[in-house]
Design a protein around this ligand. Structure first.
Ligand code: ATP
Length: 361
């Protein structure tokens, strides 16, 4: 038993036949029973990793262990994995019941029809699709097809569930509902789950932890809140957060951090937050819109270009040094477009990055 590292990926690399290095020396682990989100922009290598875990793709080098045992030489069908694909991949000519039973009625783990039906029905109850048993996939909504695909992935009682962008074919409202359902379902079944998404809000809402990738490299492997509060680098700070973080070009010299129209003393920053010494030079100072707010004593002057309503809050949009920035304020703000205002940053919540994206503060 190896519950802390139930799934372990060590120095995994994948170079495709055309020479493209899609995964570059990736290592991570997943705790038994956790729902972990693999997050990242299109093309960062999320599906490549899932396919290597499932055994549909061979790694170029590195190792994959399930419950402490290497599976790189294990056939896909013997890896005890359930896979839910983005397009669900249901059999159109079969009914829902037949689809869900299917994995139990083929291959070397084949079991008797009546027994298969009983197991299928158990998971159809869990996924609330019993009343759809006799329908064909073409007659179902996206959300219903999704549940059939999940039930079919669960019938073999796999040790690990892999889900590749399972919500991308659903409309926004249904996506919110189904993601909560997926989380409570996998927690009820207790199955260790890797869930691929490019949607940071989805990852933050359902993941026990998140592994964020870019260009085949892990950028951060952490609890959701740390992507907000302690991003590892510029990419992470900009990928996570809605509205997106504000970035200001600054120069550090003589103990001051200078932007085109504001200045901060280095001594005013929280000295415990420095990752390393802030040498003179050019940097990017970043602050989340909720941490730069209207304040008469503020150090940033802003001309409000636009005010956007986003439900319970408003975004004040302003241009600084030719770049758009945002301040997230409450709904009742009296501030209007074309107002000239002052904004104050929470200096214990700003980040400073080198031009290469390395975090200094
Ligand atoms: P998306 O969210 O768009 O599905 P992803 O993060 O899942 O993206 P992958 O599908 O894993 O990304 O692809 C990673 C990289 O590898 C991409 O640059 C892709 O173009 C490339 N790639 C994927 N499959 C192959 C292949 N068979 N041959 C060559 N390159 C490939």
């Amino acid at each position: 038993m190896n519950d802390e590292k139930f799934v372990e990926v060590k120095n995994l690399k994948k170079v495709y036949d055309n020479g493209h290095e899609a995964i570059k020396n990736v290592s991570f682990s997943v705790k038994k029973g956790d729902l972990v989100c693999l997050l990242g922009p299109s093309g960062c290598g999320k599906t490549t990793i899932l396919n290597m875990l499932a055994g549909l793709l061979n790694p170029t080098s590195g190792d994959i262990l399930f419950d402490g045992k290497s599976v790189v030489n294990t056939e896909p069908k013997d890896r005890q994995i359930g896979y839910v694909f983005q397009n669900y991949a249901l059999y159109p000519h079969m009914t829902v019941l037949q689809n869900v039973m299917f994995p139990l009625t083929v291959g070397k783990h084949k079991i008797a029809k009546d027994k298969a039906k009983a197991i299928a029905e158990k998971y159809m109850k869990t996924t609330q699709i019993m009343e759809l048993a006799d329908q064909k996939p073409g007659q179902l909504s996206g959300g219903q097809q999704q549940r059939v695909a999940i039930a079919r992935a669960l019938v073999q009682q796999p040790k690990i569930l892999l889900m590749d962008e399972p919500l991308s074919n659903l409309d926004a409202r249904l996506r919110l509902k189904i993601r909560e359902e997926i989380r409570s379902l996998v927690k009820e079944v207790g199955i260790t789950t890797l869930f691929v998404t490019h949607d940071q809000e989805e990852a933050l809402s359902i993941g026990d932890k998140i592994i964020l990738f870019n260009n085949g490299v892990i950028q951060q492997d952490d609890l959701g809140q740390n992507f907000y509060l302690e991003p590892n680098n510029y990419f992470v700070a900009n990928f996570v957060g809605n509205p997106v973080i504000d970035n200001f070009k600054v120069k550090v010299a003589d103990g001051k951090i200078k932007a085109s129209d504001f200045e901060i003393s280095v001594s005013d920053l929280d000295q415990n937050r420095f990752k390393r010494e802030l040498k003179d030079g050019e940097y990017v100072l970043s602050v989340r819109p909720e941490n730069i707010l209207p304040n008469e004593d503020g150090h940033v002057s802003a001309h409000v270009d636009d005010v956007e309503l986003i439900g319970r809050e408003r975004i004040l949009k302003f241009t600084h040094d030719g770049v758009q920035a945002r301040s997230l304020v409450n709904l009742e703000t009296p501030i209007k477009p074309n107002d000239d205002i002052k904004l104050k940053m929470r200096l214990d919540r700003v980040f400073i990055f080198t031009p290469e994206g390395e975090r200094v503060y």
